[in-house]
Design a protein around this ligand. Structure first.
Ligand code: IPM
Ligand code: MN
Length: 359
């Protein structure tokens, strides 16, 4: 197949991990006979430096004209002035809104070769495979903000339509899995959560009567995720709860560095990004974990291009590389030795091309 992909390496470790993800994409293209046309653009802090704004017009245009967008990470202390009115994050939020990618899929898995990196007991995380579905283009992230010297407000708005479309996404996904959906809210306090719960319940009764829908308050869900993570299959929630719960859930996998994400809208176009941030403390050292970015490529192959075999080729290779004990410092124990970002990328490519299952 032919596809156009825009790469947005961004800031901090973004360029390093995106580079390895790009090489994996090129290897997949060559190995499976696809044509991926790739171009790069600025987003976030680097865009503020070079173009004067976090989401330049050219970047927006290229992304709109692409089949998929792969993002590294944005932000860093350089642009972190609390008084600043323009921030790198606005570039990312603006891009999500522009592409209308309201459904953010964040798979959280416990990888057996990474059990050592999780503070949770192996028997507790064994077999964990959660699909977190985070609403991405509304809620408190996008409401009105006000600020005086001693008062600040952030408005949280959800409409029924916004809730329904994300719930439908989660339900459709649940149909391909165990059928258990936990919808997370704070309906004992928030009006938006009460509308959320009502809307999700009605949609389930109307269109998905065979699914097992359960509601959970966000504080209880935060605890349950650690206490009994295998309880969850599909977890659907609003924007900010999803942001917080996925960072928390990353301790199940062992490192935020290995979590990928896919942000999807109505068509096939998607925005793919590792869940981790720009990690300025290790930027440029070549030791960032590229697995989150590489697994995001797998999600791109699956969700934007419907290339399931290719997606599995990447995912299988990643697990093989972990099993071989090739770990970046975030997940390495002293006895493992440590490898670089580039070595992990190279090993993943080698594992893809060496696997006879794809011949
Ligand atoms: C994420 C990030 C972003 C978010 C920030 C950088 C705006 O934390 O993708 O999880 O909060 O959505
Ligand atoms: Mn986050």
């Amino acid at each position: 197949m032919k596809a156009t992909i825009t790469l947005l390496p961004g800031d901090g470790i973004g360029p390093e991990v995106t580079h390895e993800a790009k090489r994996v994409l090129l290897a997949i293209a060559e190995f499976f006979g696809h044509q991926f046309e790739m171009r790069e653009a600025y987003l976030g802090g680097c865009a503020m430096d070079y173009c004067g704004e976090p989401l330049p017009e050219r970047t927006a245009q290229l992304c709109l004209e692409s089949d998929a967008v792969l993002l590294g990470a944005i932000g860093g202390p350089k642009w972190d002035n609390p008084k600043a009115t323009v921030r790198p994050e606005q570039g990312l939020l603006g891009l999500r809104k522009l592409l209308d990618v309201y459904a953010n899929l964040r798979p959280v898995r416990a990888f057996e070769p990474l059990f050592h990196a999780s503070p949770l007991k192996p028997e507790r995380i064994q077999g964990v495979d959660i699909a977190v579905v985070r609403e991405l283009t509304s809620g408190i992230y996008f409401g009105q903000k006000t600020r005086t010297s001693d008062t600040a407000t952030d408005e949280c708005i959800y409409t029924k339509d916004e809730i329904e479309r994300i719930a439908r996404f989660a339900f459709e996904l649940a149909r391909t899995r165990t059928g258990h959906v936990v919808s997370v809210d704070k309906a004992n306090v928030l009006e938006t959560s009460r509308l959320w719960r009502e809307t999700v319940t009605q949609l389930a009764e109307r269109e998905y009567p065979t699914l097992h829908l359960e509601h959970m308050l966000v504080d209880a869900a935060a605890m349950k995720l650690i206490q009994q993570p295998s309880y969850f299959d599909v977890l659907v929630t609003e924007n900010m709860f999803g942001d917080i719960l996925t960072d928390e859930a990353s301790v199940i996998s062992g490192s935020l560095g290995v979590l990928p994400s896919a942000s999807l809208g109505e068509g096939h176009r998607g925005l793919y990004e590792p869940v981790h941030g720009s990690a300025p403390d290790i930027a440029g050292l070549g030791i960032a974990n590229p697995i989150g970015a590489i697994l995001s490529v797998a999600l791109m192959l699956r969700h934007s291009f419907a290339l399931e075999t290719e997606a599995q080729a990447v995912e299988t290779a990643v697990v093989e590389v972990m099993r071989a004990g090739m770990f970046t410092p975030d997940v390495a124990l002293p006895e493992h030795g440590q490898v670089t970002t580039r070595q992990v990328g190279e090993a993943v490519i080698a594992a893809i091309t060496a696997n006879e299952a794809w011949y």
